[in-house]
Design a protein around this ligand. Sequence first.
Ligand SMILES: *Cc1c(COP(=O)(O)O)cnc(C)c1O
Length: 377
Amino acid sequence: MQFRDLKAQYQALKTEIDAGMADVLASGQFILGKQVGELEQKLAEDVNRPYCVSCANGTDALVLALMLWGIGPGDAAFVPDFTYFASAGCASTVGAEVIPVDIDLTTFNMCPDALEAAIERVKLEGKFRPAVVIPVDLFGLPADHDRIAAIAKKHGMRVLEDGAQGYGGQIGDRQACSFGDAATTSFFPAKPLGCYGDGGAIFVDSEEEDALLRSLRANGRGVEDKYDNQRIGMNSRLDTLQAAILLPKLKALREYEIAAINEAARKYTQALGDAVKTPVIPEGYTSSWAQYSVLLENRKQRDGVQKVLKEQGIPTMIYYPRGVHQQTAYADRHWSDEIFPNTVEATNRILSLPMHPYLTDEDIDTVSTALKKAIRG
Ligand SMILES: *Cc1c(COP(=O)(O)O)cnc(C)c1O
């Protein structure tokens, strides 16, 4: 069994993907070919945001957005403690100070109350200026963007939505990557919208920001004279081949993958019942299920269950084994576990199960039955 079956997806979309790649090979336009612009336009329309600029990966997308706003030394960036490292690392890359914020144990997303408390603490200390919040749409579920936006506004801060795992999620009819003052996503193969290598994108609201990002992703090049470099940027573009692969994948995501993966989630939750704590999707929210993660009783039970499942050929993952505050890169901050009780709880108890739109009923039954049996011991 596959944890995320990219081969099954390729088989389903093979004709279109192969044809798209052949077109690129024949055109010879490997960098910024026409498929890149076409994809950017489709993505912007898809999430209902005016501008989309693609780039080399989701990490660069975050860094480019922070560069766009001039975030740097002296600025504090508030990030959920429980996330993939890049959500925090991007702020350090531009020289800003990372302030981890505890999560809500029901949604695994940034807790707005903890955010408010963290902002007050930073203001009181007076060392850094609260500049930006980076809420993450973890496991496909949008963060509490309305409350976070209100808190950011009150403190004069910007919001950067990290939608790397969130593409396809919704709050009401508002799409992930339409929240915040800007949003980013990743096309890493295993994400809800993945390519066949690395890729990413930034979503913004104004023509000026769009133009500046296009300069920043090409080493700060000028618009008229590309060899007059007007600012310091980086080299971070989406390959034409990857854009050609993403075009049919975006279509499939909207036509049936989101529906299929939500059906798989419903079946898992039904089958697992009260055996474990199954994921909760708040009223009005839609998840794109980058992960289906359950909570076991404690670390001992979780680790035991994972081992038993592995012996039966069922792959599971621990997303994530440690919080941002526990990362060695930040050891000199001496952050205490006590400020992040929910992250600590999640890292001890969480287990992500095989999940993708091509999961069969038999797969779901095999995993659920084995999981329940492993718990009973
Ligand atoms: C994957 C991921 C990223 C980074 O994306 P890459 O394309 O791997 O650089 C950033 N944030 C989150 C939450 C992610 O899951």
